[in-house]
Design a protein around this ligand. Structure first.
Ligand code: AMP
Ligand code: MG
Length: 409
């Protein structure tokens, strides 16, 4: 691998990261209230029908349609409340007052909402045509017994958990978190909170990456700041090998103190280095024993963008998620800004998707796109993804946009 080799394209690199059968993680059974954002290790099968009994969708009156055709108004023979177990006696030519969620008697073939009736003492007139089955929620309409409610390999959202709650499922089997070891490299780096001497800077990346990893549900092994010293880097790599994945920042470029990649070449394997993307060209991918290695560039924006665009999908795959592509939806909108770009690399500019006064979406790009300018991620809400061969973009042209997910918002 030399510097004159053509760069891998972004899509080739991403495909290589994702082209593997992930090692199965251990699983455990956890309570449903701890399950948010965990990944299911098994299909979850419904043990029952939901609703489990026919019930009313409205506050109103349960009726037998045949009676309404022949006789109106009808007298009210009784009331059914939500949660009621014994239904009232229902004589012929009458209706029953019923509340939302209350069990509907088998003989009722519709519920008429209160607002479509007129009540005169105890007698009800129905003001509008009534459709058979209206306002009745039937057994199994939402979930059928035996149906898969949540597939294996699914990241659990609150709506998934609502469905499991409807079934009374209190425990589920999920994958253990992926173990990720993380360290930053650079003689110039100092811990946040320490004092800075001349030429030193605070270590931004280890914190941002740790937070992003935690958002993805990973267990982070924080190995601190490592000096630009091959033997210290080698020692830290050795400590990191216990993890499923190792992430480093800095030291993967072509500078004289960029030792991370060199050390990996010695004790592990570099699978590829450098990608035709901006920011993030020096991204490095490899292996160290059983651990997968991702080396991110040191510039904070490059580190965050490569993490987001490449490491995030890889982590989702290794964590057991089955559908990774649909978690990064892209769409086309017009740009209001003219955008500077040279052909040769995919550019992940940071932009703002905004609706104009007609509700039409447009995007503007942040003025400062430098990979050291943290401001560019602060006032933006999306990536503007400019294709590798694309050059300058004029205002009014369509561009591809990808809204930030919670890792960046
Ligand atoms: P490198 O990739 O090591 O050549 O670093 C590129 C640039 O990013 C240099 O200006 C570094 O000082 C800076 N940098 C590297 N690591 C970090 C970090 N963890 N936090 C903030 N800036 C960093
Ligand atoms: Mg460095």
């Amino acid at each position: 691998m030399t510097t004159s080799d053509p760069l891998l394209t972004f899509s080739q690199a991403k495909a290589r990261l994702l082209d593997q059968v992930p090692k199965k993680l251990a699983t455990s059974i956890i309570g449903i209230s701890d399950a948010l954002h965990k990944i299911t290790a098994k299909d979850i099968i419904s043990p029952m029908d939901v609703p489990s009994f026919n019930n009313s969708a409205m506050d109103g009156y349960a009726v037998r349609l045949s009676e309404i055709k022949t006789q109106q108004p009808l007298s009210v023979a009784g009331t059914i409340y939500a949660g009621q177990q014994t239904l009232p006696y229902w004589p012929k030519n009458s209706c029953l007052r019923i509340m939302t969620g209350a069990p509907v008697p088998d003989e009722a073939d519709a519920v008429v909402m209160q607002e479509q009736t007129q009540q005169n003492s105890n007698r009800i007139t129905f003001l509008q045509p009534i459709k058979p089955q209206q306002n009745i929620r039937y057994i199994g309409e939402d979930i059928k017994k035996g149906e898969i409610v949540v597939n294996s390999g699914q990241k659990l959202t609150i709506p998934h958990i609502a469905r499991l709650a409807a079934l009374g499922i209190s425990e589920i089997e999920v994958y253990h978190p992926l173990k990720v070891a993380l360290f930053s490299t650079g003689d110039e780096l100092r811990e946040i909170g320490d004092s800075l001497s001349a030429g030193k800077i605070f270590d931004i990346n280890r914190l941002t990456l740790k937070l992003m990893l935690q958002q993805l549900g990973c267990q982070v092994i924080d190995l601190g700041i490592v000096a630009d010293d091959p033997s210290q880097i080698e020692q830290t790599f050795t400590d990191a090998m216990q993890a499923d994945m190792i992430i480093t920042t800095g030291g993967v470029s072509v500078g004289e103190a960029d030792f991370t990649k060199q050390v990996l070449e010695k004790i592990g394997k570099v699978q590829f280095w450098k990608i035709a993307m901006k920011p993030g060209k020096p991204f490095t991918y490899g292996r160290l024993n059983n651990a997968i290695y991702c080396g991110l560039p040191g510039n904070p924006i490059s580190a965050m963008v490569t993490f987001y665009q490449l490491v995030q999908p890889l982590i989702l795959l290794l964590s057991g998620l089955t559908d990774i592509q649909s978690t990064f939806p892209q769409f086309q909108v017009k740009t209001l800004s003219a955008i500077n770009k040279k052909p040769g690399r995919v550019d992940f500019q940071r932009g703002n998707l905004i609706a104009d006064k007609h509700g039409e979406l447009n995007v503007t790009v942040a003025t400062h796109q430098g990979s050291h300018i943290t401001q560019s991620l602060n006032h933006t809400n999306c990536f503007v993804v400019l294709e590798q061969e694309r050059g300058k973009v004029a205002a009014g042209e369509y561009v591809t946009v990808e809204l930030f997910n919670p890792l960046l918002s």
